[in-house]
Write a protein that binds this ligand. Structure first.
Ligand code: ATR
Length: 281
């Protein structure tokens, strides 16, 4: 039996095991995907263990996405540009890091049916998730990418480190409300509004562009206040489940060479999320 897993701290609430095991089961692959609770001090040993036990693939989540890099044999260009790894592939005991978050985001938007071609995009936030999304968006045919962040210097740094051209602009979070109706796609990549702080919103707004699409990478709650507001103003909305599933689907394909069953992944993840929410009530 082949072994795969996810390392993070905390890890108990990870939806990755149920998502990946559904694929091993449905494709009849003799493999298991396990959650591994690894803190910062244990990271080196965990990676040595991955080599020693010949674990075939590993997902990497908070807080290890950046600090894992120094323990790997190589990372690809995307992980290098983003400065973070979310997926490790064990190729004959050579550990290769990549990052499937940005591509997962793009695939989730395509899956939803929203065309990115020539669109004006606003990204809220300049952390790790924002970086992965912006890197891929810059390759996807959008007409412009604007980044709004509480700390504008962090957004400027992000763009220059990714090497994105000057068509891109940075604005303060305080100025977003005024111009939000200029954008076709608005994406919240901050953790503002995540459970338990469900009444928080990154900024208030009273207008949206006709035909615009809003995405929150949060999926707990299922609909954040940010999405709820956008929806009530007439925008179409999408939560972060799509990005989560699609980043996992790409990892699964890298590990097994098989195209993931996205619908099944979504079904088991949504079911598990519902169970967790009921248990917390
Ligand atoms: P991740 O790696 O998960 O994306 P991160 O690196 O901690 O997370 O980044 C968090 C993002 O959310 C940042 O853009 C942060 O803004 P700052 O760069 O100004 O810190 C943003 N963020 C977090 N809490 C916020 C809040 N209360 N209001 C506005 N922005 C917030």
């Amino acid at each position: 039996m082949k072994c795969y897993g996810v390392i993070g701290d905390p890890i108990g609430h990870s939806l990755s095991p149920v998502m990946h095991n559904s694929q091993f089961n449905t494709f009849g692959i003799d493999a298991i995907y396990l959650p591994f609770h690894v803190n910062n001090e244990g990271l080196r040993n965990a990676i040595d263990g991955m080599r020693g036990l010949k674990i075939r693939g590993m997902s990497v989540t908070i807080p290890h996405k950046e600090s894992i890099i120094k323990h790997l044999d190589a990372i690809d260009e995307e992980a290098s540009k983003i400065g973070a790894v979310n997926t490790i592939i064990n190729e004959n005991n050579k550990l290769i890091g990549t990052n499937t978050d940005g591509k997962g985001f793009i695939n989730s938007v395509i899956d939803y049916g929203f065309s990115l071609n020539d669109k004006k995009v606003l990204i809220i936030g300049a952390g790790g998730a924002s970086r992965a999304i912006i890197y891929r968006l810059s390759l996807s045919g959008v007409s412009s990418i604007t980044v709004a962040n509480r700390t504008t210097s962090r957004a400027e740094e992000l763009l220059s480190e990714i090497g994105i051209d000057c068509k891109n602009t940075v604005i303060s979070l305080n100025d977003v409300s005024e111009i939000i109706d200029e954008f076709d796609l608005v994406v919240n990549t901050t953790s503002v509004g995540m459970s338990p702080n469900i009444s928080d919103i990154p900024f208030t707004f009273n207008k949206v562009k006709k035909g615009s699409h809003f995405i929150d990478i949060i999926y707990n709650p299922y609909e954040t206040k940010f999405l709820n507001r956008a929806s009530s103003l007439g925008a179409t909305v999408q939560n972060g489940i799509g990005m989560f599933i699609h980043q996992g689907a790409i990892a699964f394909e890298l590990w097994t060479g098989k195209e993931a069953n996205i619908k099944l992944m979504e079904k088991v993840v949504v079911e598990r999320l519902g169970e967790k929410n009921n248990a917390n009530r």
